[in-house]
Design a protein around this ligand. Structure first.
Ligand code: ZN
Length: 445
């Protein structure tokens, strides 16, 4: 842990779970369905946030997201619930990671005044219960930035590991009364209740017809949303802040990112993001968190592999399942020897070296799993190799290698290399495991 700039383990829920002390009931109409819903949050010790509707549990998980158009909807086994993001943001900010949210009536969470204030107050009223569970999910090491981008829409959602939990949002509705708004927010329960929870949702007058045609906003009114017209803003009472709009976007973001299932310290930089991109980022966060559970350091890797500078291409082992799978990491820097010649005018990591890095990862997997001494794996075949994206200085390669077959002195693996949770190279590799003559020679000398 000494080489870590901060205690990354703290960024994960380590078997300490938090639930509500008592059940909480909510009743109200849904923004889109316009229907009355009755929802009960129950204390629970499962270590998960789960919705319950018609006897079906729907885990609050990014893989269960079914719709991100004007709200975040989850589904499982044919049951669906809508507009969960405000409630999820409240639970996330309060550190609640274990609860059952039962939909007794209706399918859309009540919109109340368009903000999360009612839910935040309700949590404070009943209080929070902490308990230790044996199940530990997502404990580990999280080292690389992640991002989601849509250049044509100038949307960017980025995660950078660092201490604290800080969200910066740029909202850009130039040409409307909202204009450009920014807000920077440090996540604590107190800050959330004061600066984010009361921020209300909003809609544009020019979109009302289109949304109604789609069967949405049946419950919308000035009691639960701010209306943005071309020439001004219509709001019940008055705006709670001049930048209430960007604060509401942060509320939505917190609800969406909670669906990754881990709470990571870091800076979250959001430009023009919305449910679609928030959820895409949450998927990447979940992807990486799942791959960062255990660890082997550089010195331990050197004990297994004979490669040395400039040809040892694995820095760290993030996860290891004996005889099955390994996840490794290589930080690619501009100082790599190969960039001197490949290419002097435009540094791109040679694809064959990504294949080599995958092969070395496979070497660690096989040598460690079967406790092989004085054996070196040599390439026997490479198949189905695809190079999908260039790897450049500053990238972190995450490599996943699965053992497909091992017989006596032959083994076959499937390897996939990722940058930013996206595949850059994949292929299948066969190795001959040969006795290490070189080491014998050294002994003779
Ligand atoms: Zn919202």
């Amino acid at each position: 842990m000494k080489d870590m700039p901060f205690d990354v383990k703290k960024r994960f829920w380590k078997g300490i779970f938090r639930t509500v002390k008592d059940k909480i009931e909510f009743e109200g109409i849904g923004m889109h369905t316009g229907e009355e819903a009755r929802v009960i949050i129950h204390p629970d010790e499962s270590g998960e946030i789960r919705f319950l509707k018609n006897g079906v549990y729907i885990k609050a998980d990014v893989d269960n997201v079914v719709d991100v158009f004007r709200g975040t909807s989850l589904h499982s086994e044919g049951e669906r619930i809508d507009t969960v993001e405000h409630l999820m943001a409240v639970l996330f900010a309060a550190g609640i990671n274990s609860a059952v949210i039962e939909f007794v009536r209706g399918e859309e969470f009540p919109i109340f005044d368009g903000s999360a204030r009612v839910m935040a107050e309700a949590i404070d009223n009943v209080g929070i219960e902490e308990f230790i569970a044996e199940k530990v999910e997502g404990e580990g090491y999280f080292l690389t930035p992640l991002s989601v981008e849509d250049e044509s829409k100038r949307v960017k959602a980025t995660y950078v590991p660092s201490p604290g939990f800080e969200v910066s949002f740029l909202l850009d509705y130039r040409g409307t009364p909202i204009g450009i708004q920014t807000f920077k927010f440090n996540l604590t329960w107190q800050n959330f209740k004061r600066d984010i929870a009361p921020a209300r949702t909003f809609g544009f007058e020019k979109e009302l017809g289109f949304l109604k045609k789609k069967g949405l906003i049946k419950g919308a009114s000035l009691d639960n949303a701010i209306l943005v017209k071309e020439d001004g803003i219509v709001v019940k009472d008055s705006l709670r802040w001049e930048n209430e709009f960007v604060r509401h976007k942060i509320l939505d973001f917190l609800g969406d990112i909670s669906l990754a299932g881990v709470k990571l310290d870091g800076k979250w930089l959001l430009e023009r993001s919305g449910h679609k991109y928030n959820v895409a980022l949450a998927k990447k966060v979940k992807w990486l968190a799942k791959r960062c559970v255990r660890r082997m350091n550089f010195e331990e890797i050197k004990e297994l592999l004979p490669h040395r500078y400039p040809f040892l291409l694995v820095d760290r082992v993030l996860d290891f399942e004996e005889g099955k799978k390994i996840v490794t990491l290589k930080n690619v820097t501009g100082n790599e020897a190969f960039f001197t010649g490949h290419f002097p005018h435009r540094a791109v990591m040679p694809g064959v070296l990504i294949v080599e890095a995958l092969a070395q990862s496979a070497g660690v997997l096989v040598l460690k799993s079967f406790n092989l001494k004085n054996i070196t794996p040599f390439f026997a075949a490479i198949d189905k190799v695809r190079f999908k994206k260039p790897v450049k200085p500053g990238d972190t390669l995450i490599m996943e290698v699965e053992l497909l077959m091992k017989k006596a002195r032959i083994c076959k693996v499937k390897g996939t290399a990722y940058v930013n949770a996206e595949v850059v190279t994949e292929g299948e590799f066969t190795f001959s495991l040969l006795a290490d003559e070189f080491k014998k020679l050294q002994v003779c000398n």
